[in-house]
Design a protein around this ligand. Structure first.
Ligand code: SF4
Ligand code: SF4
Ligand code: SF4
Length: 263
């Protein structure tokens, strides 16, 4: 399953359930405020997601599944979903397989619907043309790498290099948005990131190729957990869907874990 929270991936896949555990919406749209909000709430939401998935899987857990089993000496006392059951002749191994079928089928479809719900909600908000996302964009890829990826058919990279160009130096990028620059540098630690700007941005922060701007511009922000400039009007959308988006991310990560462990 691809991760629909990756900013440079195809975001068509995904999910979510409309639960609300009373998380207060973020009040602080600064980048530090957004980051702290995510960090402080994610652990709680992750636990909520773990418990919710466990509960779903327990719905079809066998009762007294060991009765009449030929593997009488398997010595597995606690019937946990991750226990090392024998590959055949075990009702609990069958349960594990059912769990994977459910998580990658019906459950995955719920997650996709949830993601669509979040992204549809974005349509209720409008870009206020502050220009921040055009003046400073970042990528884990260098300009050369992005062009190579574009040549290999990566649509996001193709769109990106069609408008963005690299800053001459990190100092230049930092001057545009010191808050963003410093937070990203703290977060990525030793990883290299590259800074870009779009020369198509005109006076008054208006796009000079608005009608023909690429899809990455039309779809921005393409990730509900993306840190946005404090001036971006989509912070209101992010605040509204913060809990759902984090729950969705947690569930997506947990499903991947189940697949690795049980698949
Ligand atoms: S193999 Fe499975 S069904 Fe059989 S005794 Fe062990 S846990 Fe129970
Ligand atoms: S093409 Fe227009 S909308 Fe897209 S980054 Fe450039 S100025 Fe911004
Ligand atoms: S940062 Fe947000 S409000 Fe500003 S131009 Fe980009 S999308 Fe529009």
């Amino acid at each position: 399953m691809s991760n629909f929270f990756s900013s440079n991936k195809n975001n068509s896949e995904n999910l979510f359930q409309n639960q609300n555990i009373g998380m207060k919406p973020p009040k602080d749209n600064s980048l530090d405020g957004q980051y702290n909000e995510l960090k402080n709430n994610y652990e709680q939401i992750f636990i909520e997601a773990v418990e919710s998935i466990r509960k779903d899987l327990d719905e079809f857990k066998p009762q007294n599944g060991c009765d009449g089993c030929v593997h009488k000496d398997c010595k597995i006392q606690k019937k946990d979903i991750f226990a090392p059951y024998p590959p055949s002749g075990c009702k609990y191994r069958e349960w594990q397989m059912q769990a994977i079928t459910y998580l990658t089928g019906d459950y995955q479809n719920k997650l996709k619907a949830a993601y669509k719900e979040i992204m549809d909600k974005k349509n209720e908000y409008e870009c206020k043309c502050c220009g921040a996302c055009c003046k400073l964009a970042v990528s884990e890829y260098s300009y050369t790498q992005l062009k190579q990826r574009a040549l290999k058919g990566d649509k996001f990279s193709e769109d990106f290099v069609s408008v963005f160009v690299p800053y001459e130096s990190e100092e230049e990028a930092k001057k545009i948005n010191p808050e963003y620059f410093e937070l990203l540098n703290r977060l990525v630690e030793d990883d290299k990131i590259y800074y870009y700007y779009c020369p198509k941005l005109g006076e008054d922060n208006l796009c000079t190729i608005y009608e023909n701007r690429p899809n990455i511009c039309k779809a921005f922000p393409h990730n509900p957990l993306k840190l946005l400039s404090s001036t971006c009007s989509f912070n209101e959308w992010k605040n509204e869907i913060a809990h759902q988006a984090m729950l969705l991310k947690a569930k997506t990560d947990i499903v991947m874990y189940y697949k690795q462990k049980l698949g």
